[in-house]
Write a protein that binds this ligand. Structure first.
Ligand code: SPV
Ligand code: MN
Length: 622
């Protein structure tokens, strides 16, 4: 931009100008100057990594900037608008040039048209407001994983959240100078009433994949506004595809085996399928709960948590199931609660916390049991998607390697989903290719009462990354397949299913059982246990599970339970292959040929097994 410097000089105080100019990046200056010209704020605050700047943001957040104090020191709460409680897929689009081909299943629009539309909405949207310019880093700072990001917003809550969730990026920006490979996020809340965005119809989340720039407006929910979270994931997937690494919607955890051994796993699960709770299993350690970058290094895969905090679903967090999180949410320290209920004593309450929610105030205003909205729908005391924001370092179970620049070595990957009747609780795929295709690229998850629409409908969700993939799906699968090339040993790939039910609709496992499946996988990747070969992979031996149940849960796991849980359900497995294959045939023109080969080979093995042993096969008959 020609007159960048002039725009900045006019709008920024000498102190803020100095902070911005200390980063020798005309490209970044252009971005900020353009945002100023477009949004027309009254003033601009440049937030560096300095504690005093972050403290100023915290104070701004409490001074009409989207947060209020709670009774416990350091705890605040934030409300999003009644119709702004989750990501908004319908108004979230990729802006693509005529040369870009993303395929039919991705939501996209012409870049020129989209830029014009969203800039029209953003015009003068910060009049009377202060613009915040903040710098953060995706991945550990100064590492091969690092991606520098600049966030422009008029929401102190957004910057405050980012300061908890991401590593500081100002000093790193100073070091990289005018390297243009950074991500840019421009967010404005739009018109607000009682600190809440009100123009839902003008909500837009548009991602310019060519310029690595995201526009977000008329929304406050963090999944739509915190640039470094799901907006950056979409940009990172495209960057990773160009550069030969992977950006995934995955947790990273350390599973603790015998004699102090720690093996690191990533896991991809659709929302509300136990992703955060798997990364937090008791006795294990967490690196990250939501987004991972995977890179090859010297014959192995290293993975790093993109974040340093957790923006977690608070529903059902209770002392029994989540002792570490519960402790962090009830002791002094930095916590932002989102869309929970606040009592008159300034205490947060949420669904499933183990106490009945009394009256108070929530995202709908004053609340008492039985309250209904304008459409006659019951309003729950705390929203089902209510959240907490904390730093991982505040947790007792943080992994010591959580911030390691070199990441952690990857031993295995879990793919999960909500599946009442098809897959066994845990199974190892035969190899990387089968794992990527028959597990990751075949994830389906049943809808629950918590989501709109019919219950129990299976939704396809490739690698649980469907909402964020920004390249053609076939290419995305191919990149995952190719990623194992040149490795000394490819990580093992496991499917897990925590939601298996019997014919009466009763769950066959408790939420605690996931610990056993994860620790079995830990033994397996280290060659400590044998397995039984099924038509689709390897399942545990009863004796190994019985030992793990006894040692870890003090539970006498019976052979009858084992047989019921690990029966191979041939008709169900065949039906799953048919369903998933149909989606690829219909919607993914560039699906790699090997995908169909794997499906065919699995079908053949399943049919042969059925011919020999019948439709439902006990592990003892294999
Ligand atoms: C998810 O829904 O997968 C989340 C929360 O992690 S959001 O920030 O909304 O994406
Ligand atoms: Mn997520």
């Amino acid at each position: 931009m020609e007159n960048s410097k002039q725009v900045l000089q006019e709008k920024l105080s000498p102190e803020n100008l100095e902070k911005l100019m200390a980063i020798a990046s005309p490209l970044m200056h252009d971005f900020v100057a353009d945002a100023i010209e477009l949004c027309n704020p009254d003033s601009v605050f440049v937030c560096t990594d300095a504690e005093e700047d972050i403290q100023k943001i915290r104070e701004m957040a409490l001074d009409g900037g989207g947060e209020n104090k709670l009774a416990i020191e350091g705890h605040t709460y934030h409300f999003d608008g009644y119709h702004d409680q989750a990501r908004d897929p319908a108004r979230t689009k990729y802006l693509v040039t005529p040369e870009m081909q993303l395929g039919a299943s991705l939501s996209q629009m012409d870049k020129a048209e989209g830029v014009a539309e969203v800039r029209g909405i953003l015009k003068d949207s910060m009049v009377g407001k202060e613009m915040l310019v903040a710098f953060f880093c995706l991945g550990p700072v100064d590492s091969e994983f690092s991606i520098s990001c600049v966030q422009v917003t008029d929401s102190p809550y957004v910057v405050h959240s980012e300061s908890i969730l991401y590593r500081p990026g100002y000093e790193q920006f100073k070091r990289i100078g005018n390297d243009g490979g950074f991500f840019k996020f421009l967010h404005t809340q739009g018109e607000t009433e009682n600190q809440v965005s009100i123009n839902v119809d003008k909500r837009r989340i548009y991602m310019d994949l060519e310029d690595n720039q995201v526009y977000s407006t008329n929304t406050q929910y963090a999944g739509n506004t915190v640039g470094l979270k799901k907006l950056a994931l979409r940009l990172a997937i495209q960057k990773a595809a160009k550069e030969g690494w992977l950006a995934e919607h995955m947790f990273i955890m350390g599973a603790h085996g015998p004699n102090g051994r720690v093996s690191y796993f990533t896991g991809a699960f659709p929302s509300a399928c136990g992703k955060t709770s798997t990364s937090m299993i008791s006795g294990q350690t967490i690196v990250g709960d939501d987004i991972a970058y995977l890179r090859k290094n010297g014959g192995e895969i290293r993975c790093a948590n993109v974040e340093k905090g957790i923006f977690g679903i608070i529903r059902d967090v209770c002392p029994k199931d989540d002792p570490e999180i519960y402790k962090s949410l009830t002791t002094p320290g930095e916590v932002i609660f989102g869309n929970v209920l606040i009592t008159d004593e300034l205490r947060p309450m949420w669904l499933g916390m183990g106490e009945e929610i009394k009256e108070g105030t929530n995202h709908s205003g004053k609340w008492a049991p039985g309250k209904k909205d304008a459409d006659g729908n019951e309003i729950t005391g705390s929203h089902k998607n209510a959240r907490y924001t904390i730093s991982i370092s505040s947790l007792d179970n943080a992994d010591p390697m959580a911030d390691a620049k070199e990441g952690v070595p990857l031993s295995g990957i879990f793919y999960g989903g909500r599946d009442s009747d098809t897959c066994v609780p845990v199974e190892e795929a035969f190899d990387w290719t089968e794992g990527i295709i028959s597990r990751g690229a075949s994830i389906e998850s049943e809808t629950t009462a918590a989501t709109l629409g019919q219950e129990g409908v299976r939704k396809f969700d490739i690698m649980s990354n469907m909402a964020f993939v920004s390249i053609p799906l076939g290419k995305y699968i191919q990149n995952n397949l190719d990623f194992a090339d040149g490795l000394d040993k490819a990580p093992s790939i496991f499917s897990v299913n925590y939601f298996l039910k019997n014919d009466e609709g009763k769950y066959l496992n408790t939420p605690l059982d996931k610990k056993v499946w994860i620790l079995w996988a830990e033994l397996r990747v280290n060659g400590d246990v044998d397995a039984i070969k099924t038509p689709t992979g390897y399942i545990p031996l009863y004796e190994d599970l019985a030992k793990l149940f006894k040692e870890n849960l003090d539970y006498d796991y019976t052979q009858a339970e084992y047989v019921e849980q690990f029966t191979i359900r041939i008709p169900k497995l065949l039906a799953k292959i048919d369903r998933v294959e149909a989606i690829y045939k219909e919607k993914v023109a560039d699906a790699p040929a090997v995908l169909y080969e794997v499906f065919d080979a699995q079908r053949k093995r399943l049919k042969e097994a059925a011919d020999k042993h019948g439709d439902y096969i006990s592990p003892y008959d294999l």
